[in-house]
Design a protein around this ligand. Structure first.
Ligand code: NAP
Length: 323
C-alpha cells in the first residue's frame, strides 16, 4: 500500500526546506524527497551545496558556508517533524487526487507515495561547460553567480563565459569589484539585448574575446587560468584569470512535470503570482523551478514559505475542512 501524506515536497534546496519548516510547524508532517547526488551535479540541498561562502543570506553577518547553511535548514525542518528521504521522484501523476508519486522504478504500477498536496521545489541547474576541473573548482575561482561571489574578486582579473543577457549583466556587475573582466564568447556577435551590449562596450573594464571557446580550466586547489581557443584560427592561448563566471544559461528541473503542469516556453513552471499555485489545484511551485528572474537563496526561501502557507490553506479548504 502506498503511504498517504498531506504534503509531499519534491526538492530540498532553500525553497523546499523552508516549505518543510513551515508545513511541519503547521502539523502537516511533510515528507521531503530530498534528491540524491548524481554525476550531473544534482545534490540534496540544491545549488548552495556547490558554493563556499554565502555572504548575502540575511542573519549571518559574518557569512556562512553554503553546505552548512543547508544543513541548518535541514536540521530545522527535522526538528519540527519533517521526514526527509534521500531519494528522487522518478514519476508523478497529477491527473487525480490523491496525487501519485513514484521513486525508483517508474514502471511499477503502485506509486510509492500518495499526496493530498504537492510542493515542487526541484530548482534549476546552471548549464556548465562540462570541462574537467570545472565542478571541483566551483567556490574556488569558478562561479555561476556574480551576485553571490563577485565580492570575493576585488581587484582581480576575471573572465565571464557566454554572450547572452546573463553574461553581459554579470560582467557589468563584476566591474564593480574586478580590475578587468574578459567576456569569452564563442561567436563574434552577442545574443544579449542591444542596450546591455552598448553598456558593456562602453565599460572600460570590459574586454571581449570573440569566436573563442574555453578548452581547459587550470588549477588544482584554486583557479589559475584557462586555455582558450579561437574557433576560426584554432589558435590556442592562455588567459591568466583568478575568477571564471559561467553564464551560459540555466535549465529548470521540470522534466518530471512535462505534460502535467503548465510551463513557460523556457521550461520554467508557471505559478499564479502572487501565489504559488500551479496549473493543477493542490500542486504548488516555489524556488528556482518557477523563477527565471531572481534566482537567489533568499527569494527561493520566501517562495517556499508562501508555498507551505498556500498548501496549508488549500488543504484546510479542500481536504480537511470536508472530512
Ligand atoms: P541565453 O540567452 O540562453 O544565452 C546563453 C549564452 O551562452 C549564449 O550567448 C550562448 O552562445 C552561450 N553558450 C551556450 N552554451 C555554451 C557553451 N557550451 N559554451 C560557450 N557558450 C555557450 O541565457 P541567459 O543569458 O542566461 O539568458 C536566459 C534568459 O534570461 C534570456 O531570455 C535573457 O534575455 C533573460 N535574462 C534577462 C536579463 C535582463 O534583462 N536583465 C538578465 C539575464 C537573463 P550563442 O549566443 O552562440 O548561442
Amino acid at each position: 500500500m502506498s503511504e498517504l501524506h498531506d504534503v509531499v515536497i519534491i526538492g530540498s534546496g532553500p525553497a523546499g526546506l523552508t516549505a518543510a519548516i513551515y508545513a511541519a510547524r503547521a502539523s502537516l508532517a511533510p515528507l521531503v524527497l530530498e534528491g540524491e547526488p548524481s554525476s550531473t551535479g544534482d545534490q540534496p540541498g540544491g545549488q548552495l551545496m556547490l558554493t563556499t561562502e554565502v555572504e548575502n543570506y540575511p542573519g549571518f553577518p559574518e557569512g556562512i558556508m553554503g553546505p552548512e547553511l543547508m544543513m541548518n535548514f535541514r536540521a530545522q525542518a527535522e526538528r519540527f517533524g519533517a521526514k526527509l528521504e534521500t531519494t528522487k521522484a522518478s514519476k508523478v501523476d497529477f491527473s487525480e487526487r490523491p496525487f501519485k508519486i513514484w521513486v525508483g522504478d517508474p514502471d511499477v504500477p503502485e506509486p510509492s507515495y500518495l499526496a493530498q498536496s504537492v510542493i515542487i521545489s526541484t530548482g534549476a541547474t546552471s548549464l556548465m561547460l562540462n570541462l574537467p576541473n570545472e565542478t571541483e573548482l566551483i567556490g574556488h575561482g569558478v562561479s555561476t553567480c556574480a551576485t553571490c561571489d563577485g565580492f570575493f574578486f576585488r581587484d582581480q582579473e576575471i573572465a565571464v563565459v557566454g554572450g547572452g543577457d546573463s553574461a553581459i549583466e554579470e560582467a557589468t556587475f563584476l566591474t564593480k569589484f574586478a580590475s578587468s573582466v574578459t567576456i569569452i564568447h564563442r561567436r563574434d556577435e552577442l545574443r544579449a539585448s542591444k542596450i546591455m551590449q552598448e553598456r558593456a562596450f562602453a565599460n572600460p573594464k570590459i574586454k571581449f574575446l570573440w569566436d573563442t571557446q574555453i578548452r581547459e580550466i587550470k588549477g588544482a586547489e584554486k583557479l589559475e587560468g584557462v586555455v582558450v581557443e579561437n574557433v576560426k584560427t584554432n589558435e590556442k592561448s592562455d588567459l591568466a584569470v583568478t575568477g571564471l563566471f559561467v553564464a551560459i544559461g540555466h535549465r529548470p528541473n521540470t522534466d518530471l512535470f512535462i505534460g502535467q503542469l503548465d510551463m513557460k516556453e523556457n521550461g520554467y513552471l508557471v505559478t499564479k503570482a502572487p501565489s504559488t499555485y500551479t496549473s493543477v489545484d493542490g500542486v504548488f511551485g516555489c524556488g528556482d523551478v518557477q523563477d527565471d528572474v531572481y534566482r537567489q537563496a533568499i527569494t527561493a526561501s520566501g517562495s517556499g514559505c508562501a508555498a507551505a502557507i498556500d498548501a496549508e490553506r488549500w488543504l484546510e479548504a479542500t481536504v480537511h475542512g470536508n472530512s
